[in-house]
Design a protein. Structure first.
Length: 377
């Protein structure tokens, strides 16, 4: 492990897991994903994203958890009776929490010493009203532990929602809409799959040349992930040639991102994933050994890529979600259950969305990073 000091136990654990997996020629970001519900907080309904989502997937993999629901110790103990009034929940003996990160901004009033905390997305409006505060806000991170609800006695039993993977027609609509909305042309022919930045084109072999339908869509989503890096999209460094460090980093970003999209669409991982990446594994190990921060930057970038692709196929994604809802309702009907009320976090509502490499935020004007000892409930 490099000399780098990790800002949290979350990052240290995830880094070790990724390095150990890569050395065994396994792809760690494909482990622990579920074709059922995403990992989420049982009380707030908020889904975990980015680094936190991958850390919980890692825990699912090692502990073989089938329950995607998590809660903090305070939510479980519920001393004030505001989370699950009337129901007594108890942690099973020996249960261990999983550390997750929370990010916000802190300002200390120079006159009173009073500390104010705001979410990162609130900074722009705040500075418009108080421009004198431009250099007074600091990025802070706090870490709290969450427990899987399979470790909690008294919690409602988990009723899994088993999603069928989207039909080929829905997947085709999703990819077509994403590429068309982004303005990326897809060209078929030849025996190689790649993204051409010069012509802003995705090149793919003919459909029949792929081993399976899943391999075809996995490859197309991977190349779509690369295409998000142009200056007019997410503006990443795509200049690296094969064998260079920058090339390896971009492949790492694209693989993690396409895996996130696959999980969001409830698609199974494919043999293509490992076969096509064996050539990069040693390069990834070398990059991460030299700089552990490259992993967390890659996860942050992959999260942004995944969101970007999903946001550019709203109509197709809505059809997929409608199909999933119909499947869920039919499952409940078959089991004689009432129609569930599903809580979901609004975009930008969860602090887990802010997980990123520390250096990402150090470049923002008026923001410096400080590790925060502020305790959150």
């Amino acid at each position: 492990m490099p000399e780098n000091k990790f800002s949290s136990k979350t990052r240290e654990d995830l880094y070790k897991f990724y390095m150990d997996s890569l050395k065994e020629e396994q792809l760690p970001w494909t482990k622990g994903w579920s074709d059922e519900e995403p990992n989420h907080n049982q009380i707030s309904g908020a889904e975990y994203h980015g680094l936190n989502a991958l850390r919980l997937c890692m825990e699912n993999y090692f502990k073989e958890y089938k329950d995607p629901r998590w809660a903090t110790f305070n939510q479980i103990s519920d001393r004030d009776g505001k989370y699950h009034k009337g129901d007594k929940w108890h942690l099973k003996a020996g249960s261990k929490g999983v550390p997750i990160e929370h990010w916000n901004l802190r300002r200390t009033d120079p006159k009173t010493g009073h500390r104010t905390y705001i979410n990162i997305w609130e900074l722009k409006d705040r500075l418009l009203q108080h421009p004198e505060e431009e250099n007074q806000w600091y990025l802070t991170v706090s870490v709290s532990s969450v427990f899987n609800l399979s470790c909690v006695e008294g919690a409602p039993a988990y009723e899994p929602i088993k999603y069928e993977k989207p039909s080929n027609e829905l997947l085709q609509d999703f990819c077509d809409e994403a590429n068309e909305t982004m303005g990326v042309k897809v060209v078929y022919g030849g025996d190689q799959a790649f993204y051409s930045q010069t012509y802003d084109e995705i090149h793919l072999p003919e459909y029949d040349n792929f081993k399976s339908t899943d391999d075809f869509y996995a490859t197309r989503l991977h190349e779509t992930a690369h295409s998000t890096g142009t200056k007019d999209r997410l503006n990443r460094d795509l200049s690296g040639s094969f064998g260079t460090e920058e090339y390896a980093k971009e492949e790492l970003r694209a693989e993690i991102a396409s895996s996130m999209v696959y999980a969001d669409l409830h698609m199974p991982e494919t043999e293509r994933t490992l076969d096509n990446n064996k050539a990069y594994i040693q390069d990834w190990i070398k990059v991460l050994q030299n700089d552990s921060g490259a992993l967390f930057q890659a996860i942050h970038d992959a999260d942004a890529i995944s969101d970007y692709v999903l946001e550019h196929a709203p109509k197709a994604l809505e059809k997929i979600r409608e199909t999933e809802k119909e499947q869920s309702m039919q499952t409940d009907k078959d089991l004689g259950m009432a129609e569930p009320v599903i809580a979901a976090a609004m975009p930008g509502q969860s602090l887990e969305d802010l997980c990123s490499d520390l250096n990402t935020y150090q470049c923002l004007p008026g923001i410096e990073f400080q590790k925060d000892n502020h305790k959150t409930k």
